[in-house]
Write a protein that binds this ligand. Structure first.
Ligand SMILES: Cc1cc2nc3c(=O)[nH]c(=O)nc-3n(C[C@H](O)[C@H](O)[C@H](O)COP(=O)(O)OP(=O)(O)OC[C@H]3O[C@@H](n4cnc5c(N)ncnc54)[C@H](O)[C@@H]3O)c2cc1C
Length: 384
């Protein structure tokens, strides 16, 4: 039997690559280190799965994200526009709140997915069921280039083992790749340094969500959008669902990962204190009722070693420039790079995760059709 193509990483990019490869008739094995699929996509519900809040990405922009919009439609998901009607709040460094009547329309409009962004992951997972073998809880530790295959050293709850791959699509962020994966033969130092210098988008961020019995801020004429120069939430938005059954606000925590988690300095304020401070801030901005949520959650991505490399815990001054990246010549017929940090057009975004996967799969399939010999079989293995 022929060796499988192995996709490393079960985030949006890896699942989409597996889906495209499977559709092209390839035998695919997807390997994910976490016990769950989705990577930076994570939606959690306070009551049930219908009303989940996004703790990773919330938005896509149909006017700019044709691949995400296409996938939403292919998977039959419902999308709705981000609620922006009403006044925006600006909180000054002294805690003074200024009301700004917004007369402009958000352009391009951002959309959310009913049931949470995780619907994208679940939709792809359903399509892969029975067709693609998916291993979760399995970490890839090294890639070794062999004459007719790539050998992967894997680690799961039971121990270490190896897997042969005809080809590999690697969707792990470049920084994590440089930090966590051993390559044999080793990659040139300059290439490894480029990977170390490529920030994983939003990996140092934390999100806070609070669910309420009613969207009381809307009743008072607020949209739920707020910008703060005081914090701890730097940017706040309405996170209610389309039906209004779940009323919620979310905010990006502006305080640094070191202040939040103590990573690097040993003492952080911790998630309980972030929650108390965030609720006090929401009260300052939207009034007393903001202090009595039904449910709150903090998701600190800087604390997730399968998202944030050590160097991702520094705040980013601006959106980095990303590119497709390169692999050493010796690996060119065996390894393709994907993941959002490998997209020159939409790097960092969901669209980039899909675009880079589509490009990698397209190039891999083209190479396979040009060089049938790269389709190695189990019995062809000539391991040292
Ligand atoms: C807080 C936050 C808000 C965001 N908001 C938006 C938004 O509104 N709109 C938008 O477009 N984008 C947003 N993004 C970015 C978006 O989430 C990413 O672009 C997208 O999810 C990246 O998908 P990916 O598959 O490329 O990477 P990932 O989701 O990071 O997937 C990589 C996978 O590789 C796995 N992995 C890591 N190491 C190993 C290993 N050694 N072995 C095996 N598996 C491994 C990880 O567990 C992970 O599942 C946001 C991100 C965050 C964190």
């Amino acid at each position: 039997m022929s060796l499988p193509i192995v996709v490393i990483g079960g985030g949006l990019s890896g699942l989409y690559a597996a889906h495209l490869l499977e559709q092209a008739g390839q035998r695919v094995l997807l390997i994910e280190a976490r016990e769950r699929l989705g990577g930076r996509i994570l939606s959690r519900g306070h009551a049930d799965d219908r009303h989940r809040l996004d703790l990773g990405p919330s938005w896509f922009w149909p006017a700019m994200n044709p691949l995400v919009a296409g996938l939403v439609s292919t998977l039959g998901l419902d999308a709705f526009a981000q609620h922006t009607q009403g006044a925006a709040a600006i909180e000054g460094p002294d805690g003074q709140v200024h009301r700004q009547q917004v007369t402009w329309q958000q352009s391009p409009a951002s959309y959310r997915i009913a049931g949470g962004m995780q619907r994208l992951i679940e939709g792809l997972q359903t399509r892969l069921e029975g067709k693609v073998h998916i291993l979760t809880g399995t970490r890839v530790a090294s890639l070794k280039l062999r004459p007719h295959a790539v050998e992967l050293d894997l680690q799961d709850a039971f121990g270490a083992w190896t897997q042969q791959a005809a080809q590999v699509v690697l969707t792990i962020p470049p920084r994590l790749t440089a930090q966590d994966l051993q390559m044999e033969p080793t990659w040139p130092p300059q290439l490894v340094q480029q990977m170390r210098d490529t920030p994983s988008w939003m990996a140092g961020q934390a999100k806070f969500v609070a669910v309420y019995p009613r969207a009381f801020w809307r009743e008072a004429g607020w949209s739920g959008t707020a910008m703060s120069h005081r914090g701890p939430l730097a940017e706040i938005h309405d996170a209610s669902d389309a039906s209004g059954e779940t009323a919620a606000l979310f905010g990006f925590v502006g305080a640094t990962p070191a202040y939040r988690t103590g990573i690097g300095i040993g003492i952080g304020i911790g998630q309980d204190a972030v929650t108390r401070q965030a609720l006090a801030q929401l009260q300052r901005i939207f009034g007393e009722q903001a202090g009595s949520p039904l449910w709150t959650a903090v998701q600190d991505w800087a604390e997730e070693p399968l998202t944030a490399a050590a160097s991702d815990r520094q705040p980013l001054a601006r959106h980095p420039l990303y590119d497709a990246g390169t692999v050493p010549q010796a690996w060119a017929q065996r390894l393709w790079l994907a993941g959002t940090e490998r997209s020159a057009n939409a790097g960092g975004y969901l669209e980039g995760a899909l675009e880079s996967a589509a490009l990698a799969v397209q190039e891999l399939l083209a190479q396979r059709s040009r060089t049938p010999g790269t389709n190695a079989s189990e019995h062809e293995r000539t391991l040292p």
